[in-house]
Ligand binder design. Structure first.
Ligand code: GLN
Length: 446
């Protein structure tokens, strides 16, 4: 059914970069055999999944939607892929994204944009646009995305599905092609909150192969979905519903808060005073880390190599000039500049200090509140081409997802109605490693 749905819809959407029809059928056959031999079913038994193309898959092309990796087939699986296999889901293929996860509209893919299933003249969001579109269009039952500054939550909001960014360290990053290592997290994109709990259950947990993986005990997320939110204390940052937020989006969020009220939760307006610095802080830190991480793409070790280089410098220069797209080059230049001697203290170090202040805003709010709630993005999905030539406007779309990433706390985006016929996302943010409460609240609301 999944393969049939993909073949019927994907020429209009462009969600898949690599379809592994043969592999998927072979996996499904194996599961049939396991079932026939009386084996117990895994947590995600038989569920067709799509994987963002920056998560490495053994024997299956992994491009990060970059020309640079057009010919790259990994020789090992990411830890999350290993875990999905143990849970017995079926990987159907690899999903389109912004190149190296840099972007918020999926228009930075070297293989063409993804289109929003609700309105194909609009973007699906990004950078996990293929993951969100594939789930929204019913091509797969769930997808994995990655979120550095909003790339799971924002496309989930634009496509009317559920996207969870776990606490930094909860899910192994082993085998996730690094963009900004202090921010990157893998998480599920699903049709509903219960599915999100199931997929998180399967992929969370300590991994010695990732030095930033947290050694915490993993609760039973599925059984925490009790439907009860009585007495939960919710803070609503005034910065998240103020200037720059579309009035209809604000209206949907306020309506959602009424639903929480009716279920016995209480909310009040709070302030996260350093929110206004988050976008600048993020783009300095993320670009700095990216410039360092992407140094490994040199034309020698991975991917595409320039033809007939005159010497080693020429090989590096032309491989990188030809292999990377313009947004990736912009980030590498920004990051290299911010890290260079003479500027390091003024930009990189300062940004690290502001990151601490932003994190403290959250720490303080969570002394009094169980959850923080606001919109996932300031507007619903915009039109293809509308912002692509204006990086600054594009970066401002991340205003309410980025602070959460800088603080490393978990957040889910759940659909909360429509604005002009397009889905709006409600962002529910929790304490570190308290995904159980985040999911419980999202599930009770949904
Ligand atoms: N839109 C943000 C960026 O371009 C977030 C990307 C992400 O989370 N991977 O960096």
């Amino acid at each position: 059914a999944s393969l049939a749905r993909i073949s019927a819809t994907d020429s209009a959407l462009g969600a898949f970069l690599t379809l592994d029809e043969e592999g998927a059928r072979a996996q499904a056959k194996k599961l049939d055999a396991a079932l026939a031999s009386g084996e117990e079913r895994g947590l995600l038994f038989g569920l067709p999944a799509g994987i963002k193309d920056n998560i490495v898959t053994e024997g299956l092309r992994t491009t990060c939607a970059s020309q640079f990796l057009d010919n790259f087939t990994p020789i090992y699986d990411a830890e999350v892929i290993h875990k999905l296999r143990s849970a017995q889901s079926v990987t159907v293929g690899k999903l389109n994204m912004d190149e190296f996860a840099m972007g918020g509209s999926n228009e930075n893919s070297s293989y063409g944009p993804v289109r929003n299933p609700w309105d194909t003249t609009r973007v699906p969001g990004g950078s996990s646009g293929g993951s969100a579109a594939a789930v929204a269009a019913g091509q797969v039952y769930f997808a994995l995305g990655s979120d550095t500054g909003g790339s799971i939550r924002q496309p989930a909001a634009y496509c009317g599905v559920v996207g969870l960014k776990p606490t930094y360290g909860l899910v192994s990053r082993f085998g996730l092609v690094a963009f900004a290592s202090s921010l990157d997290q893998i998480g599920p994109i699903t049709k509903n909150v219960e599915d999100s709990a199931y997929v998180l259950q399967a992929i969370a947990g300590h991994d010695a192969k990732d030095s930033t993986s947290a050694n915490v005990s993993i609760p039973d997320y599925v059984s925490s979905l009790t439907g009860d939110v009585k007495g939960l204390r919710i803070g609503v940052p005034k910065e998240y519903i103020g200037q720059g937020i579309d009035p209809q989006v604000k209206e949907r969020v306020l309506e959602a808060l009424k639903v929480f009220e009716s279920m016995g939760a209480v909310w009040e307006e709070i302030s996260l005073p350093h929110t206004e610095y988050a976008v600048a802080t993020y783009y300095l830190l993320a670009s700095s880390e990216a410039s360092s991480n992407l140094a490994r793409f040199d034309g020698v070790r991975y991917g595409v190599r320039a033809d007939n280089p005159a010497n080693l410098m020429d090989l590096y220069r032309r491989s990188r000039s030809e292999g990377f797209g313009s947004e990736v080059k912009r980030r590498i230049m920004l990051g290299t500049y911010a890290l260079s001697s003479g500027y390091y203290d003024a930009y990189y170090k300062k940004a690290q200090q502001v990151r601490t202040l932003i994190k403290r805003d959250f720490d303080q709010a969570f002394e009094k509140f169980d959850l923080i709630i606001g919109p996932t993005a300031p507007t619903p999905a915009f039109k293809l081409g509308e912002q692509v030539d204006d990086p600054l406007t594009m970066y401002l779309n991340d205003i309410v997802t980025i602070p959460v990433s800088l603080a490393g706390v978990p957040a889910v985006s759940v659909p909360c109605g429509l604005a002009d016929g397009l889905p709006v996302g409600l962002q529910i943010i929790g304490k570190p490693f308290d995904e159980a409460t985040v999911l419980r609240a999202a599930h009770a609301y949904e």
